[in-house]
Design a protein around this ligand. Structure first.
Ligand code: FAD
Length: 473
C-alpha cells in the first residue's frame, strides 16, 4: 500500500516536528515518521531534545540547583532550612513527568495541525519515496512531493570504552542514575559533560572531568572560557585538561580509568563514568544506495545554506547537517525548509544563533569571539561589565561573571556578545535580537533598561564600548 503526502518528514525531534507543523500550517499534507520508543514502550515525539536531552537535563539542573541552594545559600538570605534531604526518586519522577507532558504536548499539536504521525523507521528510497518499517508488522511505502530528513544524532561511543548498563553510561544513562555516585568520572568537559557533571556534583558527587583538549571550552571567547574554568574549579569540579583516556576497566564494581596527560600515565577510580565526547549524525541506513543521497566524510547529510541536499526534492535539517548541534538551530531550519517547499522566500541567519551552557553560573554567547575577530583582521572595540557592579545581581547574591560586547571599530555594529553570570541564558536573547537587527553599540546605549535588572548590565556593557559606563570605576 502507498500513502501520498505533499511532505514526509523523517524524524520527530525539534527539527522534524517543527518542520512538520509549519508545513501543515502552510496547507501541505504532511506525515512525520519517527522511531522513538520511550521507556514505557510507547512511541513518543520530541526526539533527543524532549526525551533524553535539553528538557530532562534542564529539569534535573533546576532541581539539583534548588537542593544545593537550600543547603548552601538560603541561610545567607536569612532563611534557615534545617534537615534538607534529597529524595532522588521524587526528583527523577518529576523529571519524567515534565518529559511526558511535553512529548504528549507535541502529540496534541500534531493532532490539531492534522499531521499524520507514523511510528517506525524511515528509509529514503528515492527523492519522493520513503519506506517505513514499524517496530512490529510489515514495512510500507509513503510517497511525497518533498522529503525532509531530520534524523538527529546519537552519543559518540569510544571503541575501547564500551558502555555498561549502569557503571559506564552515555548522557542518557546519566539522566537515570538511581543513587548519587560517590565519585563520578566524566570523559569530556564540553557542554553536556559540564551540565551533567554539575547536576551530580550539586547532589553530592565528587566529579572529575577528563578533557583531552588542553584548552577549556575552546569554542567560546577566551576570556569567557578562562572565567568559567576559574568558577567551576572554585566550586570543586575537578577539571583535568589535556587528559586523554586510554583504558577503562571495571573491577569490583568500580571503574578504573587510565589516562595520559602532560605528566605521563595517570590513574583514577570512580563509582560511575559518563562518556560525553560528542554526538554523531543518525545517518547509517537512512537512505538506500539507489537514492544517491550525498553524505560528507563524517556522515553528515550534505546541504547548502538553505538545507537543500543533492536531491532536488529532499531537504535535511537539524543535528544531521553541518552547524551547531542545537535544538533551536534545527527548529529554525525546519521553518525555513517548510517555507521553501511552499514556494516562499526563506533564509536563516547562522551568524545569530545563540549557544548556552546551563551551569551555575550560566554561560551564553552569540556572534564572533575576540580571537575570531583577530584572525579575521576585523578592528573592534570591547565593552565589559562585571555583575559585581549590578545592583540586581548583588540583591540576588549572584555576582559572578560579566557581560562582554564586541563592536566593529568603524561602524559600531555589534559583532558578538559573551556572557557568564546569572540568567545568561535569558540575557543573551537581547544580544541575539541586537545582532539580528544589525544594531550598533550606540543603539543599545540609547535604549532605556528597567532598574534594577540584570539586563542593565547589557546596557552598561554597550556604554563601556564607548568608554561611558556609569557604574564601573
Ligand atoms: P533529534 O532530537 O535527535 O531527533 C531525531 C529524531 O529522529 C529522533 O526521535 C530519532 O529517533 C528519529 N529518527 C532518527 N532516524 C530515524 C529514522 N531513520 N526513521 C525514523 N525516525 C528516526 N540543545 C539545545 O539547544 N539546548 C540544550 O539545552 C540542549 N541540551 C542537551 C542535553 C543533552 C543531555 C543532550 C544529549 C542534547 C542536548 N541538546 C541541547 C542538543 C539537542 O538535543 C539536539 O540539538 C536536538 O535534539 C537536535 O534535534 P533534531 O531534531 O535534529 O534531532
Amino acid at each position: 500500500m502507498t500513502d501520498k503526502y505533499d511532505v514526509v518528514v523523517i524524524g520527530g525531534g525539534p527539527a522534524g516536528y517543527v518542520a512538520a507543523i509549519r508545513c501543515s500550517q502552510l496547507g501541505l499534507a504532511t506525515a512525520c515518521v519517527d522511531e522513538w520508543i520511550n521507556p514505557q514502550g510507547r512511541p513518543a515525539l520530541g526526539g533527543t531534545c524532549l526525551n533524553v536531552g535539553c528538557i530532562p537535563s534542564k529539569a534535573l539542573l533546576e532541581s539539583s540547583e534548588l537542593y544545593a541552594r537550600a543547603q548552601h545559600e538560603l541561610a545567607t538570605h536569612g532563611v534557615q532550612c534545617k534537615g534538607v534531604e534529597l529524595d532522588l526518586a521524587a526528583m527523577m519522577a518529576r523529571k519524567d513527568k515534565v518529559v511526558s507532558e511535553l512529548t504528549q504536548g507535541i502529540e496534541q499539536l500534531f493532532k490539531s495541525n492534522g499531521i499524520t504521525w507514523v511510528s517506525g523507521r524511515g528509509r529514503l528510497l528515492s527523492g519522493t519515496r520513503v519506506e517505513v518499517t514499524p517496530a512490529k508488522g510489515n514495512a510500507r511505502e509513503l510517497e511525497a512531493g518533498h522529503v525532509i530528513l531530520a534524523p538527529g544524532s546519537s552519543p559518540v561511543e569510544i571503541d575501547h570504552i564500551p558502555l555498561t548498563d549502569d557503571l559506564i553510561v552515555d548522557s542518557t544513562g546519566a539522566l537515570e542514575f538511581d543513587s548519587v555516585p560517590g565519585r563520578l568520572g566524566v570523559i569530556g568537559a564540553g557542554v553536556i559533560g559540564l551540565e551533567l557533571g554539575s547536576v551530580w556534583q550539586r547532589l553530592g558527587s565528587k566529579v572529575i572531568l577528563l578533557e583531552a583538549q588542553e584548552q577549556f571550552l575552546a569554542m567560546t571567547d577566551d576570556q569567557l572560557g578562562k572565567e568559567a574554568l576559574r568558577q567551576f574549579r572554585k566550586q570543586g569540579l575537578d577539571i583535568r585538561l589535556g587528559a586523554r583516556v586510554t583504558e577503562c576497566e571495571i573491577k569490583r564494581n568500580k571503574v578504573h580509568i587510565e589516562y595520559e596527560d602532560a605528566k605521563g600515565r595517570e590513574q583514577e577510580q570512580v563509582d560511575r563514568l559518563i562518556v560525553a565526547v560528542g554526538r554523531r549524525p543518525n545517518t547509517r541506513g537512512l537512505a538506500s544506495d539507489e537514492s544517491q543521497l550525498l553524505l560528507d566524510e563524517w556522515g553528515f547529510i550534505h546541504v547548502d545554506e538553505q538545507c537543500r541536499t543533492n536531491l532536488p526534492t529532499v531537504y535535511a535539517i537539524g543535528d544531521a547537517v553541518r552547524g551547531p548541534m542545537l535544538a533551536h538551530k534545527g527548529s529554525e531550519e525546519g521553518v525555513m525548509v517548510a517555507e521553501l517547499i511552499a514556494g516562499h522566500h526563506a533564509s536563516m541567519n547562522y551568524d545569530a544563533v545563540p549557544s548556552v551552557i546551563y551551569t551555575q553560573p550560566e554561560i551564553a554567547w552569540v556572534g564572533k569571539t575576540e580571537q575570531l575577530l583577530k584572525t579575521e583582521g576585523i578592528e573592534y572595540r570591547t565593552g565589559m561589565f562585571p555583575f559585581t557592579a549590578s545592583g540586581r545581581a548583588r540583591a540576588a547574591g549572584q555576582t559572578e561573571g560579566f557581560i562582554k560586547l564586541l563592536a566593529d571599530a568603524d561602524t559600531d555594529r555589534l559583532l558578538g556578545a559573551h556572557i557568564i553570570g546569572p540568567h545568561a541564558s535569558e540575557l543573551v536573547a537581547q544580544a541575539v535580537l541586537a545582532l539580528e537587527m544589525q544594531a550598533s553599540a550606540e543603539d543599545v546605549m540609547l535604549t532605556v533598561f528597567a532598574h534594577p535588572t540584570l539586563s542593565e548590565s547589557f546596557h552598561e556593557a554597550a556604554l563601556a564600548v564607548h568608554d561611558r559606563a556609569i557604574h564601573v570605576a
